[in-house]
Each structure stands twice: as structure tokens, then as C-alpha cells.
Design a binder for this molecule. Structure first.
Ligand SMILES: Nc1nc2c(c(=O)[nH]1)N[C@H]1C(S)=C(S)[C@@H](COP(=O)(O)O)O[C@H]1N2
Ligand SMILES: [Mo]
Length: 535
């Protein structure tokens, strides 16, 4: 080979890699644009990311949530894009020798995207495969054409016969110009497609935001009792009794938060023991008698001492009355369904005992949170709430369907992933101040925190220092039955390293066990402890 060959080979390899990247870019952009017409969630990145979330073992998911916080989904998407880029690059290089094989490789990737999209729990139609398939087809054509130009812009390699030096220089220059023009053209087209997809999705989101801004929440027929002032312990480091919406914990599997238009929202109620299927719209809900209640929610994934517990004042439609009107009876009154399955627009399924929903507690279809329509993150326009149960068995956000069925007949999303069918919230307590490894001065140190036993009530909270005797704390005034309770204790702290431990007793008389269990299958147990260094 000639002197210039090494340089030419490098240029060729770079061009091949570039054509692979541009092909991948085209595939994605076209797929996202087609997805706008089909269903935004059927776009390849969301579909593949969602499919990965569906299949991730709970332990890894918990780890990811801890490592990346709410950024875990962004990290996942960036990871998918990086993997895609590497694959596209590889296909570009492969196309230097095997154009058809490389183009077919791009198609295979489209099939992966299509399978991911149709296999998601929110997918109800084979149409969801279309964005990935059309995108991949576009990508394959682009790769085939560009790699052809790469080859003709340099030595004819196909036969392996002629040498670089023997080609016509001006022909080579022409080929290269063609390649550059074609690549730039395709990149520009794809960027246009990508922008168009974004624009169209933004319009849908804007409609949703406008519909939320237009919501006028009616006054409740049954307002929440006024909170006694004493529910709040006033010490630095404690949490507010009512969590502001922006600070309310958030846990869901949604890669992109659904932004629904309340005017187009519908809820279907059907299944075993329902007289006739009912479809309700948002205005139907607002016309009913609404209740307003303070309720503390907790996630089953909350570790001992963890942050996934928050309290809000909710406004909603009592679920029991709605079910009774539709003819539903709980099993104790002869009803045929023992499980209520709520389904969200993003395919989450959440199963709740019918008996619990109808036992007189304030189970509701919530439309308001702390005086405003539900934030999108928390389920706008409507979510379910059942006091006393962990969120994954009670609190379906972006709800669109309620089906009465049995536990024998159907396992909901998390139950399929080894979490418990039924999961009442375990009595728990948490030290909020001092923080772990704080260095308070010796003397009186205020120890304070929260305890919760929703729908039972907290009767007692005790603290002990370094395995000493348990001592009663001062309980804050009791709020409504479904809320947490704050407590505080004046600790005569002496210099040195000390371990503080807390435990609560609920109004059924049961005291938190010291036995530490993992969050899976039905919630963590054990005492929260904090080590501090008094100086
Ligand atoms: N559609 C949908 N609803 C959902 C979930 C979800 O992933 N998707 N997660 C559930 C879980 S595990 C909990 S703890 C609560 C959390 O509600 P929040 O995000 O409003 O705090 O929502 C529940 N409802
Ligand atoms: Mo949860």
C-alpha cells in the first residue's frame, strides 16, 4: 500500500463511524416523530428504558434510587443513548465491509425497540411497534447509502482488487464531496424531525398544563378538621406536619411523567359485582360530594429512617360510595370480588383489598393536594388513596381504570415482582434531629422526629441512649387518625459518642419490633438509630 494509504484508511474509518452515528441519529429522530402520532411512550428510548425498569430486580432498583435519587431515570436514559451510540458506530464500521449485514443490524435494533414497546404493561396495541420499526428502516437506508458513498469516495474495496493509488483522484474528490453533502443533509433532516417531535410533544404537554390551570376545585362537602396547633414540634431539624407539594416524596416507574389533559380524562369502573360498567369524566367527579382529609403516605421501599413518607391535605371523591352506587359489595357482604385493581395510563397496576377500601376509612379518588389540583408528578388529574396501606397497594397515580376482580385471578405489577399482595403500613418511628454524626454541645440536646401508624394512631414513642433504659418522649398533639405524630425529648447529653434509638407503640398496643427486615416483601421493620458525637 502507498504512503497516503494509512491516512486515507483513517479518514475512511472515521467516515464509516460517522455514517453509523448519523444513521442511528436518524433512526431515533424518525422513531420519536412517528411516536408522536402513535403514542409518545412507544418511542424507543422510553420503551427500552421502561422495559428495563420492568425487569430490574427490586434490589437493584432500590440501589439505583439511592445512588441517583430522582435522577435515576435520567441516568438510565443517558445509558441507553450511550449504548445506542456505540452500537451505531460499530455498525458504521461493519458497513465498510458488509453493507447489507450492517443495515440488517440496524433493523434488528429496531425489532428490539419494537418488542420493548409492545411488551410494556401500558401497551395495548401492536401499533406501538411502528415507531421503532420505521425509525430503524430509515436508519438502515441511511447507513446503506452513506456507507456506499464512503466506499466510492475512496478505493474500490469491494473486489479487493484495485489499489488506492490507481483510482481517479478527481472521482475520489467528487465521492467525498457527495458523502459530506449527503451526511450533512441527513443530519439536518434528522435534527428537523427531532425538533418537530419535541415541538408536537410540547404542545400536548401545554394542553395538559392549560387544563390543570383551568381546574377550579369545589369546596369540600366534608372539610378536614382543623389541625390542632400542637401537632407541630417546634425544633430546628424537624419536618413540617404538612409536607409542601414540592417536598412530597415521589416514587414511580414513569420515565416521563404523564401529562394528561383533564378534559379528555376518563375513568372506567367495571368487573365482578359491578351492575353495569361505568365511565366517569373529571367533571362527573367534581360534581360529587368531596371529602378533604389529612393523610400520611408511606412507600414500602422506605428503609428504617428513610425519607419516603410525607403528609398532605387531600381532596377527593369517597371511593366506597362510588363503588356502592355501581352495585359493588365487599366480600364480607357477599361480594364476588376481593381485589380492586387500579390501572394507570402508564400501565401501572395496583391491587387493593375491596374489604379495606369499603371498611369505612377515607379511601378516595383524590383530585386535590394541599389546596391545588394534583401536581403532574403526583398523579394529575386523579389518583387513588387508601389510608393505612403502602402506596404500591393503594395509591395509583394517573388512574384510568378500576376493575373488580379476585386475588386468585390477578397479580398486580409489584406482586409479580415478589412484593406482598397485601401490605398494611408497619408502625414506624424516625429521629429527624440530631442528624447522624452531628456534633452537638454537651448539655440539653433536643431529640425529635416523627412516628406513624396510619389508621391506628401512635400511643407512645420511647428513646434510649446507648442501650440504657427506654424513656418516654413528649408526644405532640395527636392529629387525625391517618396522619403521623411528632415527638420530642430533652436529652441531657454528656461528652462522647452516643447511640440514640427510637421505638413507637401504636394504639392497638403493639410496639415496634427490633427485628430488622428488608423492605421487600412487605416493608422494613426495626428501630431507627442515630450515632452522634457530643463535644
Ligand atoms: N401510576 C403509578 N402510580 C403509582 C406508582 C407508580 O409507579 N405508577 N407508584 C406507587 C408507589 S410505590 C407509591 S409509594 C406512591 C407514591 O406516590 P407519590 O409519588 O405521590 O408520593 O404512588 C404509587 N402509585
Ligand atoms: Mo411505594
Amino acid at each position: 500500500m502507498g504512503v497516503s494509504t494509512r491516512g486515507t484508511t483513517a479518514v475512511k474509518a472515521a467516515s464509516a463511524a460517522l455514517s453509523g452515528l448519523v444513521a442511528g441519529y436518524t433512526a431515533l429522530a424518525v422513531a420519536e416523530l412517528v411516536a408522536v402520532a402513535v403514542r409518545p411512550e412507544a418511542g424507543p428510548v422510553t420503551a427500552v428504558g421502561g422495559a428495563m425498569i420492568d425487569r430490574t430486580p427490586s434490589s437493584v432498583k432500590d440501589w439505583a434510587i439511592r445512588q441517583f435519587g430522582t435522577n435515576d431515570k435520567l441516568v438510565l436514559q443517558l445509558g441507553i443513548l450511550a449504548a445506542l451510540a456505540v452500537f451505531a458506530l460499530a455498525m458504521g464500521l461493519l458497513a465498510l465491509r458488509h453493507r447489507r449485514v450492517a443495515a440488517a443490524g440496524v433493523l434488528v435494533f429496531g425489532v428490539v425497540g419494537a418488542l420493548a414497546a409492545t411488551g410494556r404493561p401500558d401497551s395495548s396495541s401492536a401499533l406501538d411497534a411502528v415507531p421503532s420499526l420505521i425509525g430503524a428502516l430509515a436508519g438502515a437506508v441511511v447507513l446503506y447509502v452513506l456507507s456506499g458513498l464512503v466506499r466510492s469516495s475512496s478505493a474500490p474495496q469491494d473486489g479487493g482488487g484495485a489499489d488506492e493509488e490507481s483510482t481517479d483522484r478527481s472521482g475520489q474528490g467528487l465521492g467525498r464531496r457527495r458523502f459530506v453533502l449527503a451526511t450533512a443533509g441527513v443530519a439536518a433532516f434528522s435534527t428537523g424531525a427531532g425538533f418537530a417531535a419535541r415541538r408536537l410533544n410540547a404542545t400536548t404537554a401545554a394542553d395538559a398544563e392549560a387544563s390543570r390551570a383551568a381546574v377550579r376545585l369545589p369546596a369540600p362537602a366534608s372539610p378536614a378538621p382543623e389541625l390542632p396547633r400542637g401537632v407541630q414540634v417546634k425544633a430546628p431539624g424537624t419536618v413540617p406536619f404538612t409536607t409542601p407539594n414540592r417536598d412530597f416524596y415521589r416514587v414511580d416507574t414513569a420515565l416521563t411523567v404523564p401529562r394528561l389533559d383533564a378534559d379528555r380524562w376518563r375513568l372506567r369502573l367495571h368487573g365482578k359485582g359491578v351492575d353495569a360498567p361505568v365511565t366517569l369524566d373529571f367533571a362527573d367527579l367534581l360534581r360529587r360530594d368531596l371529602i378533604e382529609r389529612d393523610i400520611t403516605m408511606t412507600c414500602v421501599s422506605n428503609e428504617v429512617g428513610g425519607p419516603y413518607v410525607s403528609s398532605a391535605r387531600w381532596l377527593g371523591v369517597p371511593l366506597r360510595a362510588l363503588l356502592e352506587e355501581a352495585g359493588v359489595r365487599p366480600p364480607s357482604r357477599g361480594g364476588p370480588a376481593d381485589q380492586l385493581v387500579a390501572r394507570s395510563v402508564d400501565g401501572m397496576t395496583i391491587g387493593t383489598p375491596v374489604e379495606t377500601v369499603m371498611d369505612g376509612r377515607d379511601a378516595m379518588l383524590a383530585v386535590g393536594m394541599n389546596g391545588e389540583p394534583l401536581p403532574f408528578d403526583h398523579g394529575f388529574p386523579v389518583r387513588m388513596l387508601v389510608p393505612g396501606l403502602y402506596g404500591y397497594v393503594s395509591a395509583c397515580k394517573w388512574i384510568q381504570d378500576i376493575e373488580l376482580t379476585t386475588f386468585d385471578d390477578y397479580d398486580a405489577y409489584w406482586v409479580k415482582r415478589d412484593w406482598a399482595r397485601e401490605a398494611p403500613i408497619k408502625t414506624q418511628s424516625r429521629i429527624d434531629t440530631p442528624k447522624p454524626f452531628a456534633r452537638p454541645n454537651a448539655g440539653t440536646v433536643v431529640v425529635a422526629g416523627v412516628a406513624w401508624a396510619q389508621h391506628k394512631g401512635i400511643d407512645r414513642v420511647e428513646i434510649r441512649v446507648d442501650d440504657g433504659p427506654w424513656q418516654d418522649t413528649r408526644l405532640a398533639t395527636e392529629g387525625p387518625l391517618d396522619t403521623w405524630r411528632q415527638w420530642s425529648w430533652d436529652w441531657p447529653a454528656t461528652p462522647g459518642s452516643h447511640t440514640l434509638q427510637v421505638r413507637a407503640t401504636d394504639r392497638t398496643g403493639s410496639t415496634q419490633t427490633d427485628k430488622r427486615t428488608r423492605t421487600i416483601p412487605d416493608g422494613a421493620s426495626g428501630w431507627h438509630s442515630v450515632v452522634v458525637n457530643v463535644t
